[in-house]
Design a protein around this ligand. Structure first.
Ligand SMILES: O=C(CO)[C@H](O)[C@H](O)COP(=O)(O)O
Length: 234
């Protein structure tokens, strides 16, 4: 029997958890990062979303591989690392070595779909799940050749860069179109403005990985909020 790869194991964990609430650490207290991550895990998170922002592709900075590596030491939960950055290919190996299990790159930083496909292959060679992300204005045609051959597709429901923005419904049309494509087996993820008002529409449209930032990190009780969100989607 062939041994399971790390990708196989992570895919199986995500499939077992789906539809999964995927808390983003963007709004956490970074002076207490280990505790924040432990709190999210105890609250029921099955996967954690880490937002890497470079100040070029998005008008904000967050963190790089050092924090990914610290998160890796703080938890065994799958780490879903969203690279909001130019030239992600230069850093993919370092993020993988820091402990990223899922690595997502943006279509908008690629010349064409062949470059996007190369990044997917590069991520998979490192035994991580490969995700591709599109911003609200980016049409699905821009990923039509790669959508059937990647592990996760992230439909942004805000322009990336900041938490606490309003949900853009354009993501729902894209999710539904992807869900209906027989060749697409990727996890379908949505990120931005996902909260108690919008989450049920996301799963109804086909999302099975639901990134939630401020609706969890801004609440007084992470567990209560995750349970509340889960009730709306299961
Ligand atoms: O990528 C992001 C913003 O660009 C983040 O995942 C962000 O944490 C989402 O936050 P919120 O749920 O508050 O919209």
């Amino acid at each position: 029997m062939t041994a399971q790869t790390h990708r196989d194991q992570i895919r199986a964990r995500l499939a077992a958890a789906a539809p999964a609430i995927n808390p983003s650490i963007l709004g956490c207290d970074y002076a207490q990062l280990g505790q924040e991550i432990a709190d999210m895990e105890q609250a029921g998170a099955k996967v954690l979303h880490l937002d890497v922002m470079d100040g070029h592709f998005v008008p904000n900075f967050t963190f790089g591989m050092t924090i990914v590596e610290a998160a890796r030491r703080a938890t065994e939960l799958p780490l879903d690392v969203h690279l909001m950055m130019e030239q992600p290919g230069r850093y993919i190996r370092q993020f993988r070595e820091a402990g990223a299990d899922v690595i997502t790159v943006h279509e908008e930083v690629c010349r064409d779909q062949s470059e996007l496909a190369d990044l997917v292959a590069q991520i998979r060679e490192l035994d991580a799940l490969a995700g591709i992300a599109i911003n609200p204005p980016t049409p699905l045609e821009r990923i039509d050749k790669v959508a059937g051959n990647c592990d996760l597709i992230l439909c942004m429901s805000v322009m990336p860069g900041f938490g606490g923005q309003e949900f853009d419904h354009v993501a729902l049309e894209k999710l539904a179109a992807l869900r209906d494509r027989p060749d697409v087996t990727a996890f379908l993820e949505v990120d931005g403005g996902v909260n108690v008002e919008t989450i049920a529409d996301c799963t109804a449209a086909g999302a099975n990985m639901l990134v939630v930032g401020s609706a969890i990190s801004g609440s007084d009780n992470y567990r209560q909020r995750i349970v509340e969100l889960e009730r709306l989607i299961k």
